[in-house]
Design a protein around this ligand. Structure first.
Ligand code: MHF
Ligand code: KIV
Ligand code: MG
Length: 288
């Protein structure tokens, strides 16, 4: 049976040149399908604010939202490493308060690791989390929680000063004990340079071919409902949105024309006796 990937094993994958496949998931069915498809890591991203909760930015996402969604993901993918985003302003509060919030994601949510957006300025907090046994994934480049400061979702690290700072930040995150770093929306050149400058794996999104792994948002990859699907950095491997819309439209039309339900979907008093007292199977009956 498949075993969840461990943090030490992730680092080995980089050393061995084995690419790491990460996808986001936010609920039980998405996590289950991701695990069945053999992803290495599931990220419960705060992008759930955009693709599941309908907010404009991830700034609105609360710690309770992340806990609630992480619980359902962990139940759906019991044999996969699950990393949860610390949402806006639940870190940078000092090492103790940051640890308290990260611990809630693990104890109440069931996450195996947490992700924080930012660079060298987070070193003390990351060191404290790591010393408490919490694996930390970094996140550099476009950091969507700072969208109001950045002024939009733009490619990062284009100037040489920006690029140098990003490389220094990556080294600082590694020094502080992060087990990997997400590199979001930067030139392929810079992401490759960062990946070569550190020994922990980089997971790219819109960061080109030189990263040690890749991550995509579930709804973008599947073209499912709301997402940023038509962006250059996204590849959609299916068009689930169209499939769902036309299936629901067909259902509506069959209800209106009375084509559904048919006799075979309906019950009579002579219903088959073996079904009469069958025990009810409840999903997740004894699980958390
Ligand atoms: N559905 C979804 N997917 C994501 O990847 C995602 C979210 N939501 N929400 C939170 C952040 C925001 N992200 C974003 C949002 C926009 C771009 C974007 O506009 N990308 C353009 C490049 C822009 C440029 O050229 O400067 C692209 O074409 O890829 C990228 C990442 C990534 N995250
Ligand atoms: C895009 C990934 C890296 C993320 O942070 C998220 O889904 O929230
Ligand atoms: Mg995020």
């Amino acid at each position: 049976m498949k075993q969840a990937l461990t943090v030490p094993r992730l680092k080995t994958m980089k050393a061995q040149g084995k690419p790491i496949a990460v996808i986001t998931a936010y609920d039980h069915p998405s996590a289950m399908l991701a695990e069945e498809a053999d992803v290495d890591v599931i990220l419960v991203g705060d992008s759930l604010g955009n693709v599941v909760l309908g907010y404009d930015t991830t700034v609105f996402v609360k710690l309770e939202d992340m806990i609630y969604h992480t619980r359902s993901v962990v139940r759906g993918a019991p044999r996969t490493m699950v990393v949860t985003d610390m949402p806006f302003a639940t870190y940078r509060l000092g090492p103790e308060a940051t640890l308290r919030n990260a611990a809630r994601l693990m104890q109440d949510g069931g996450a195996h690791a947490v992700k924080l957006e930012g660079g060298a300025e987070l070193a003390d907090e990351i060191r404290h989390l790591v010393s408490a046994g919490i694996p930390v994934l970094g996140h550099l480049g476009l950091t969507p929680q700072s969208v109001h400061q950045i002024g939009g979702y733009k490619v990062q690290g284009k100037s040489s000063a920006e690029a140098e700072k990003l490389i220094e930040d990556a080294k600082a995150l590694e020094q502080a004990g992060a087990f990997g770093i997400v590199l979001e929306l930067m030139t392929e050149e810079l992401a490759t340079e960062v990946s070569q400058a550190i020994s922990i794996p980089t997971i790219g999104i819109g960061a080109g071919r030189g990263c040690d792994g890749q991550v995509l948002v579930y709804h973008d990859l599947l073209r499912y409902g709301s997402g940023i699907r038509d962006k250059k950095m996204v590849k959609s491997y299916a068009n689930i949105g169209d499939t769902v819309r036309s299936a629901i439209a067909e259902y509506v039309s069959e209800v209106k024309t009375r084509a559904f339900p048919e006799e075979k979907h309906s019950f009579t008093v002579k219903e088959s006796p073996e079904n009469q007292n069958a025990p009810v199977k409840l999903y997740g009956g004894d699980k958390q």
